[in-house]
Design a protein around this ligand. Structure first.
Ligand code: NAD
Length: 510
């Protein structure tokens, strides 16, 4: 499929340029601006990606608008058939996609396959569109009068996605947007953009008409063009909190429907009665999987004093067995996305001691099974982190797990609820009463009880609270179909006109 997406171009002889995808084919647009795409395990540039201008985005939106005129009328059966076919192709070729994810993001192959599985789950959910786009019908609400509702597609919708899930996050949104009868323009992260074109080509192969799904690559210019375009009816965004807020404010000011999912700082509260081995496994898996570059990663453990020493020792013990290296070599953890990001994450370890914290396991200078030029940083454990330290307050988004020691449940809950973020959280305990209180009292959108990464299945919806989600619609699940459709209520009467008559009063029922 690679030849369908790329071509060799002028940015130095032999440079591969990833093009946009418009009208069912690669498309260069008018821009000569490009960005670099690294292989993070090697630290080298492997290709460039085209950066769209305002006008380029306008052309993609025009293509989507034209295609939508027919796609909106495609029957439920037809849309279902395309989605079923897409699901089958994706399942058959997931290894190919996983290799693209590992080559550009750096996550290990098994994790890349996990990302695809969780995205494919939403495609499977979206195949139930016949049920999910159904309206409601009330017969004889007044004598001879019926009321019913329809859910109709919005038109062209824009999706803007982050680097950390280059396949799953687009799948969360476009599967449902397309199922509901919309046309899509996706602007993926410029850091690992190839998965988007691969998915676009697969949709074409699955029978999606040209122009219904388009990809524009780029940076702020492309994003702003989508936010401002009058024919883009809705925006689904996932990324960091400052950009999520900007996207929400800019696009709602243009009258668009917006869901903007932001950053996170997810806490795991470990009570003294918890199974400490289970909790230590969970902290390591959720803290260092995908090198901590997950919005649902656990980045802070709130450990109750009486068990904190034992818990920290168990975590450190498990960390000693983690193998860091090239994601194609069966390692546990790969590199970070860029050298710049790796250096930023490292800077938090540099200041931890000055802030009064103790670096228990130091990932700087880690030995790796990979090229020395890769963007490496080993798993790091920092204990006794004060909540005033930037190690605690900032979203680090790397393999750095902090431990904050607390006296008990109340102090732990207070810290969680004082956080500006509210994406996910977890409690580890064997006390059902404590768990029940926690699920009621935590001001967080997704809660795990003895489960560290509580990403809901596709038929529930995904989203946080506070600075982790701007807007009131979560991703996928029932919220997804509501977000991508507009409801219309119809009140109808089929009666002999002689039953009419003049009445200027507000309609009442009889
Ligand atoms: P990011 O905010 O830098 O980028 C996200 C998207 O916005 C990209 O497509 C990027 O090109 C675009 N963008 C970047 N700067 C922009 C600007 N100034 N104006 C307009 N658009 C801009 O995020 P990232 O680094 O790609 O992803 C990591 C972040 O995403 C983390 O904060 C993580 O927590 C968050 N995230 C959240 C969720 C969630 O469900 N809440 C899921 C995944 C990732």
């Amino acid at each position: 499929m690679t030849d369908m997406m790329e071509r060799t171009d002028e940015v130095g002889a032999g440079t591969v340029i990833l093009e946009h995808w418009v009208n069912g084919a690669p498309w260069a647009g008018a821009s000569d601006r490009t960005g670099q795409v690294f292989n993070p395990a090697l630290g080298t540039v492997q290709k460039h990606v085209r950066f769209a201008t305002h006008e380029d985005v306008g052309e993609a939106v025009d293509a989507a608008s034209t295609a939508w005129e027919q796609w909106r009328d495609a029957s439920i059966a037809k849309r279902q058939a395309v989605l079923f076919s897409f699901r089958e192709l994706l399942n058959a070729r997931k290894q190919e996609l996983a290799e693209i994810l590992t080559a550009e993001h750096g996550k290990v192959l098994s994790d890349a396959l996990g990302e695809i599985a969780r995205g494919m789950e939403v495609v499977e959910f979206a195949c139930g569109l016949g049920h999910l786009t159904k309206g409601a019908y009330s017969e004889n609400v007044s004598t001879g009068i019926d009321v019913y509702t329809l859910r109709q597609p919005l038109g062209v919708v824009g999706i803007i996605s982050p680097f950390n899930f280059p396949a799953m996050v687009p799948l969360w949104f476009f599967s449902i947007a397309l199922a509901a009868g919309n046309a899509v323009v996706l602007k993926p992260s410029e850091k690992d953009p190839t998965a988007a074109n691969w998915l676009a080509a697969l949709l074409t192969e699955a029978g999606l008409p040209d122009g219904v799904f388009n990809v524009v690559h780029g940076d702020k210019e492309a994003v702003d063009a989508l936010l401002e375009h009058p024919d883009v009816r809705a925006i689904s965004f996932v990324g960091s909190t400052p950009i999520a807020k900007y996207v929400y404010e800019t696009a709602t000011a243009q009258g668009k429907r917006v869901q903007a999912l932001g950053g996170a700082k997810n806490h795991m509260l470990v009570l003294p009665d918890a199974d400490l081995d289970l909790a230590a496994d969970a902290a390591v898996n959720a803290g260092f999987g995908s090198a901590g570059e997950r919005c649902m990663a656990i980045s802070v453990v709130l450990a109750v004093d009486s068990v904190a020493d034992e818990f920290v020792a168990k975590v450190a013990d498990r960390m000693a067995g983690l193998k860091v290296g090239d994601g194609t070599r069966g390692c546990d953890m790969g590199p970070l996305i860029t050298g710049q990001h790796r250096d930023k994450v490292t800077s938090y370890i540099d200041v931890a001691g000055d802030d009064g914290a103790a670096v228990v396991v130091d990932g700087r200078g880690v030995e790796v099974d990979g090229d020395p030029g890769g963007f490496w940083l080993g798993p790091t454990l920092i204990d006794k982190v004060p909540t005033s330290s930037t190690v605690y307050t900032d979203e680090i988004f790397g393999p750095v797990l902090s431990v904050v020691r607390v006296e008990g449940y109340e102090e732990g809950l207070g810290i969680i609820n004082a956080s500006r973020y509210g994406n996910g959280t977890a409690i580890f305990t064997n006390d059902g009463g404590a768990a029940r209180r926690f699920q009621r009292e935590a001001t967080v959108g997704m809660i795990g009880i003895n489960v560290p990464i509580p990403v809901p299945v596709a038929y529930h919806s995904f989203g946080g609270w506070k600075a982790s989600l701007f807007g009131d619609a979560k991703a996928y699940g029932p919220h997804g179909f509501e977000f991508f459709t507009a409801e219309k209520a119809i009140t109808s009467r089929w009666l002999d006109p002689s039953h009419g008559g003049i009445n200027l009063g507000f309609p009442q029922h009889d």
